[in-house]
Design a protein around this ligand. Structure first.
Ligand SMILES: [Zn+2]
Length: 145
């Protein structure tokens, strides 16, 4: 009987983990859609090959490489979420501080800049450049989707 109780407890724990994972996944996709909606390089494009299927296609904040996002906000291919002000420097998840970047650029920025102390000239220049680009691409999220 004790074993059965343990099994039930384990199943309940796994269920709770799954619920927590899903609860995390939903805001993440909502955040991605928030970026797409407020970045005018993104537009709904037909997905080559499968008739009737669409993706959001837009550009990497760093190198302008083509990025794709599923209509439900799932990142496709090399698309990643970039924090313009790095999280460990107090950059939050507000949509103004987020952009989409290809994995190569995002990783490169992480290695070259994110470890630098706040106030470092190169880090500050990178943040300023990304904020300027983000502002140039900005569109009113309410009007786009
Ligand atoms: Zn890139």
């Amino acid at each position: 009987m004790a074993a059965k109780r343990r099994d039930r407890q384990r199943a309940a724990e796994l269920g709770a983990q799954e619920t927590a994972r899903k609860a995390e996944e939903l805001p993440r996709r909502a955040r991605v859609l928030g970026i797409v909606a407020s970045d005018k390089t993104f537009a709904k494009r037909p997905l080559g090959g499968s008739a009737g299927a669409f993706v959001w296609a837009g550009k990497c904040i760093h190198c302008n490489a083509q990025l794709s996002v599923a209509l439900d906000g799932t990142l496709l291919g090399v698309a990643t979420v970039e924090h313009i002000v790095p999280r460990h420097h107090g950059g939050g998840d507000s949509v103004e501080n987020l952009a989409l970047a290809c994995a190569r650029c995002n990783g490169g920025k992480g290695i070259r800049h994110d470890g630098k102390p706040r106030g470092d000239a190169k880090l500050e220049a990178m943040i300023a450049l990304l904020q300027k680009r983000r502002a140039e691409r900005w569109r009113d999220p309410a009007g786009s989707v």
